[in-house]
Design a protein around this ligand. Structure first.
Ligand SMILES: *Cc1c(COP(=O)(O)O)cnc(C)c1O
Length: 371
């Protein structure tokens, strides 16, 4: 299609606005030469941990590594089980399998996040941790999750990849569990010009271990304490992120404004997300549940509007999950939602004309159609 009026994402538009500042920052890095773990990495970590209200932040190469490094640092591995959700991006579960443990899925609730009432049934003597995902940028029910974790002596590792800036009872996500893992991929709300990730924690021991773990297990230039990989955040990406941190709250405000606009205009036609008064969502995605979704998607595309499905194949039904033995019907809420979910464009740079076109087109689809 080349007559797209509302692309689902538009990475260039955001970066064009701040291109001059980004290029200035790249220039500084090129000139100072600290390309690996240079001063910008430290500055970004400081700003990011302040933003999340945690003691520490550790810049890493991407969000998947962030999860893997935390699981490994907590000595979770072969023979262990870790609980997460089936309706997330693959990495929420692949990180568990990749360290040799077994992903155990728990069904979700209306807000697309883990249903705390179903967690205890999934806990066994092998369970070591819970990875709640703040999917769509909506905080998971952390009080209930933390209570269960405490009772069963489990770690809570927050998958915050979609939720930078989201808050629960006025506390930003990332600092509720032992660690919070963020992706800074170009599609995420705070994004690098390429891959990036960051871990936050209040735990000094874990922090010190992660600093080594992202850098070959090195204690200093020559001495290695344990085998590990190279998962460092690039200095250039940290420099980009420092520029963008200044705009983050403004961008989140715009996303929330766009979400409000949709809610006012289309809640008659599709099921829109709801926030409780103690939840602050950042709308990484704006996911509605729509009857006749496939037809709606096609109708919108004919009008020049791109939409997506996050995610069309739940993780437990992927080929990669075959050995875990799950099947359709194991997670009824997830099965039900996957047929209806549709993500509408919600990025900060949408124009009023664009967002009106999306809302009006959804209205006309449901008002003109007789099913
Ligand atoms: C994007 C994402 C990840 C992985 O982050 P990468 O930086 O792409 O490795 C993990 N979990 C969720 C929920 C994500 O959306």
């Amino acid at each position: 299609m080349n007559n797209i009026k509302v692309p689902y994402i538009n990475l260039i538009s955001q970066n064009s606005i701040i291109k001059k500042k980004l290029l200035e920052s790249v220039g500084k890095v090129i000139s100072h030469g600290g390309y690996i773990l240079g001063p910008e990495v430290k500055s970004f970590e400081k700003e990011f941990s302040d933003y999340c209200g945690t003691k520490y932040a550790i810049g890493v190469d991407n969000g998947t590594s962030a999860l893997i490094l935390v699981l490994k640092a907590l000595s979770i591995g072969h023979g262990d089980e870790v609980i997460t959700v089936p309706n997330s991006f693959l990495a929420s579960a692949s990180c568990i399998a990749l360290i040799g443990a077994k992903p155990v899925f728990v069904d979700i609730q209306d807000d697309y996040n883990i249903n705390p009432n179903l967690i205890e049934k999934a806990i066994t003597s092998k369970t070591k941790a819970i990875i709640p995902v703040h999917l769509t940028g909506h905080p998971a029910e952390m009080n209930a999750i933390l209570n269960i974790a405490k009772k069963h002596n489990l770690h809570v590792i927050e998958d915050c990849a979609q939720a930078v800036g989201a808050a629960y009872y006025e506390k930003r996500v990332g600092g509720f569990g032992i660690a919070g893992c963020f992706s800074l991929h170009p599609l995420k709300n705070l994004n690098a010009i390429g891959d990036g990730g960051v871990i936050v924690t209040n735990d000094t021991q874990l922090y010190e271990k992660l600093l080594k773990a992202r850098n070959h297990g090195l204690i200093n230039r020559d001495e290695c304490e344990f085998w590990s990989i190279n998962s460092r955040l690039d200095t250039i990406q940290a420099a980009m992120l420092l520029v963008k941190m200044k705009y983050l709250d403004k961008w989140i405000k715009k996303r929330r404004g766009n979400a409000e606009f949709y809610k006012k205009r289309i809640s008659k036609y599709v099921k829109v997300p709801k926030d409780k008064d103690y939840e602050f969502s950042v709308y990484h995605t704006f996911v509605v549940q729509a009857e006749n979704r496939e037809e709606l998607m096609k109708y919108l595309l004919d009008k020049g509007i791109e939409t997506k499905i996050h995610y069309p194949i739940p993780i437990h039904l992927q080929q990669a999950s075959n050995n875990l033995g799950y099947k359709i019907g194991d997670f009824p809420q997830c099965d039900n939602q996957v047929k209806k979910i549709l993500s509408l464009p919600v990025y900060p740079e949408l124009t009023i004309e664009q967002i009106e076109l999306v809302a009006d087109s959804i209205k006309s689809f449901y008002e003109q159609k007789t099913f």
